[in-house]
Design a protein around this ligand. Structure first.
Ligand SMILES: [Zn+2]
Length: 152
């Protein structure tokens, strides 16, 4: 169990974490304009609608950016240094997370990643933190001539 700084809880966030406890990454999709609303807001930032449906995401994405923190901002609650990644989810939203099983050294733009959950704990109790690991199955060089396979 990894000790973490306190999560944001309350409106909407409670639902997000409840789905994480079931090992599912779900984000609210606006029932008015169908935009995936992330991070959590009381109303859709696109249309102002207040109706949301929690949609399960594929958990696949790609590294859009990353950084390594070397200053201990959280008074020892993270092993130092710690890495942060910005994942562009397959469905579109940008999601800030921690990488699992890789560090800043192995990072590159567009690296395919997939969702995993890390058992963590904060003052409110245990929870599943969504993290991302390298998706090796997706990390293959694109074939320049895929139709060649069709020729006997
Ligand atoms: Zn909307």
């Amino acid at each position: 169990m990894h000790k973490r700084p306190d999560r944001t809880l309350g409106h909407g966030n409670d639902t997000f974490w409840a789905w994480c406890d079931r090992q599912e990454l779900r984000l609210p999709r606006c029932t008015g304009c169908h935009t995936l609303a992330w991070p959590i807001e009381a109303a859709c930032t696109t249309c102002g609608g207040e109706g949301f449906a929690w949609e399960r995401l594929s958990g696949r994405g790609a590294i859009a950016s990353w950084c390594t923190f070397e200053r201990d901002y959280y008074q020892g609650q993270f092993p130092m240094p710690w890495d942060c990644i910005l994942v562009e989810l397959e469905e579109g939203p940008l999601f800030i997370a921690n990488p699992a099983g890789m560090t800043g050294q192995g990072m590159r733009l567009g690296l395919p990643v997939r969702l995993a959950f890390l058992g963590c704990e904060d003052e409110a109790g245990p929870f599943n933190l969504p993290v991302f690991e390298t998706d090796e199955r997706a990390d293959r060089p694109a074939r320049s001539h895929p139709t060649e396979e069709l020729i006997p």
